[in-house]
Each structure stands twice: as structure tokens, then as C-alpha cells.
Design a protein around this ligand. Sequence first.
Ligand code: PLP
Length: 470
Amino acid sequence: MPLHKGPAEPQPDRRLALNPFYGEANPVGGMTDAPPRHRLPDGPLPPMSAYQLVHDELMLDGNSRLNLATFVTTWMEPQAGVLMAECRDKNMIDKDEYPRTAELERRCVAMLAHLWNAPDPSVAVGCSTTGSSEACMLAGMALKRRWAKRNADRYPGGARPNLVMGVNVQVCWEKFCNFWEVEPRLVPMEGDRFHLDPRAAAELCDENTIGVVAVLGSTFDGSYEPVAEICAALDALQERTGLDVPVHVDGASGAMVAPFLDEELVWDFRLPRVSSINTSGHKYGLVYPGVGWALWRSPAELPEELVFRVNYLGGDMPTFALNFSRPGAQVVAQYYTFLRLGREGYRAVQQTTRDVARALAERIEATGDFRLLTRGDQLPVFAFTTAPEVTAFDVFDVSRRLREHGWLVPAYTFPANREDLSVLRVVCRNGFSADLAQLFVEDLHRLLPELRGQSHPVSHDKQAATSFHH
Ligand SMILES: Cc1ncc(COP(=O)(O)O)c(C=O)c1O
């Protein structure tokens, strides 16, 4: 699909439909002319009319709480909403004008360094971003710059940098490789292995590898990649060949789940090979969309020349970001949530979400119509497909029919070498309660007899289904 362009409609001059309550039936400031859809209206509208026109159109958006496709937070406490409203006018980059917001950002980085077991949290460095995508770009840039410095005799000469990762990585890593001219080296899925294999990762590394990305956990099925095993395979590679390949952990979701629910799992800065970690504050960090975090083990992992300086209380404040202006509200909401929940609060929230995911996965399996690929016991996310004997319907039919009940559950086809496998994925988040999960199961049970009665799967747009990326 191309980017947004001009009017796609047959009548580009079409106007918005005006409710008479705001038009001729409104004696005070009633509008005589409905505003155009595709160009700036000639004059102003009364605020209430403008509000109602926008509000009415947005009613057709799905209900975000029923969106089981998104990882992004769809519910926060009202107090968080109030704080965000209080800070929506503050620009994160204006460190000098809003020093307290800058301080809260600094504290969040310090808390994450501690949470992710940086050997010395006081020297770990990090920043907030708009989300994990930006954080991954920054982490990738640091890897590339470090490699380029180590290989200054060959780059930019003939050498072409590469990044090794599983084919299951989120699209932000394809973007990184495209934008920053790095060759993506993707380890395909194989059989029932749907994420990166340590041995295959090490085999793809050579002297031009800027790093290996390990995902905690995979967007496709919610499974954790074996970060410690990947590091061990790279340790062995170093012993054999001398190649020293750093690891970046894309913890978009899992870096805010594993520290609370899987304390025995060693995946973070405790592994000396892990040089940087990102997470989405707006996923299991439990903040509304618009915040991510990137951290490096120490300043040695983040080349100094990538860091820019802005004015801060008359002094210099280092920043590392793709954007300049960005709202302060999300960072403040992240600090609020850290303060509000603490470790124990996060543990309770994530455990409840994971319990909902596991129980829901089991109930879906119990229908007999589906086979689970994952069980919601790592990320509170699971993927499932139709049972082998099911021929009357497919996952795309299920997705389409669930939508009729308001549930948004994506169906998509896996990448190489499992293009034969199509799945549904459910992302459980705080706010999708056991009660809502019960309603979901009831709706699924209502649909199944009809689906079983189909003579064959109903045709669908496979192309659209396979291009699902989040
Ligand atoms: C593993 C992984 N990395 C990166 C991203 C991109 O994150 P964001 O939407 O915060 O930019 C996602 C989003 O789902 C993800 O699952």
C-alpha cells in the first residue's frame, strides 16, 4: 500500500455531513456550510461542532480494550491520565525549561539499569524514546559505529556490515538495516523452532557482523529467545575464531515481564556479552503509547560522537534520539507507574496477565479445534492454529468471525521456512481481565458450530494477512 496521498474518493469535493443540531437548527453560531473533507475549510467552525464531527467519525475505530492484537497499553489509572494531561504541553527536549521532567527521565533510566542488573547502574547510560522502534535504531546505530571504528581500515572500503537475527524479528529491525545500510542476516524458522537458534546465529557471524539481536520475546508467538545460550554460542565462537560479537536484547515486551516473573532467567546485563537492551514503556511497562527506553551497559558501548548536547540549567545535557521535540507526558507517566507499582506491584499485574493468558490458551486448546504453538507462559501472549483434522475453516475465518463480536485477533502466516503455517495470536494485557477472557471464550464457542458447518475455508486476502507486522 502506498503512503497517504490525496483524496482516494471518487468525489474529492465531498463534504462532511452536518447534523442540523449544529447547522440550521442552531440559532447561535449555526453553520450554514458543511466543511470539506479534503481541504482546509475556508473559515473556522464553532468548537463544539468541530468536536462532534471528529468524535462521531472516531466512533468507528475498534474498542482498544478488545484489541487482542496490540501489545500497547490500553488502560491506565485515571491519575496517570491526569498527570499526562498536566504534562502534554511540555517538550521533552527542553531540559533547561523543564528540569524536573528531565530528572524523572534520568531516574527512570537509573531504575531500569538496576532492574536489568547492570554491573554498575551508576555508569549504565540510557535514554527515553518514542518506543522500541526508535530505541532499536539507536542501539543498532551504536553497534554499527562500534564495528566501523574497529574496522576503520576496511570500512567504508569494501566491507559491508551485517546484523544477525531470527527471521521472527519485528519489522523495526528490517527498517534499521534498510535505513542504515546494514545487511540483515536472518536465521529462518525450522520445524517447531519459531525463533533464533544459538548455533545457527553463531554460524552466520563473520568479521562484518556488528551484533546479534536476541528477542525477549518474539512478536510472532510470545516465546523468549534463549539469550544466555546465544551468548554462550558467541563465547565459543570467540574462543574458536577471535570474533567478539556483541548482543543487543530487544526486550520490547519481555524486559518488563521477565524481571518480575522469571527472576531465575538470566537474559540481561548479567551476561557480559549483552551490550544494550531496549523496551517499550508503552507495552508491559504499562504506559499509554509513546515511550520506549534504550540502555547501554556502560559508556564504552555507546560511541561518544553519537551523543548530542542540549542546554540544561545553563550546562550541557547529553541526548541520543532521532526526534528533537517529543511530549514529556509519557515519560512522566512511566515514572508515575514505576513509583506507583514498585517491583511487587509490577509482579502482581504481570502475574495476573500471564494467568489470564495461560488459562485462556488452555480453554482454546480444550475446544479440540485448535493446536497451541505457545501457551502464554513466557510473554502473556500465545499463538495457535487449527487442529490438523480441521478442514472446514481456517485461522483467517476465525479472525474474521471474532471481529463480528468486537474482538480483534490477528491471523497471519509465519515467515521462512514455515510459510505453510498460519496462526492466530492473542496478546493479553492488563485490563483484559479473566472476566473479559471468559466472554471471549463464550463468543468463540458460539461461533464454532457455524465454522465447523462450513464446507471449506472462506476465501480471504492472504496478501493482507501475511503483511501483519506487529
Ligand atoms: C520484539 C519487538 N521489537 C520492537 C517492537 C517495536 O516496538 P514499538 O511499537 O514500541 O516501536 C515490537 C512491537 O511489537 C516488538 O514486539
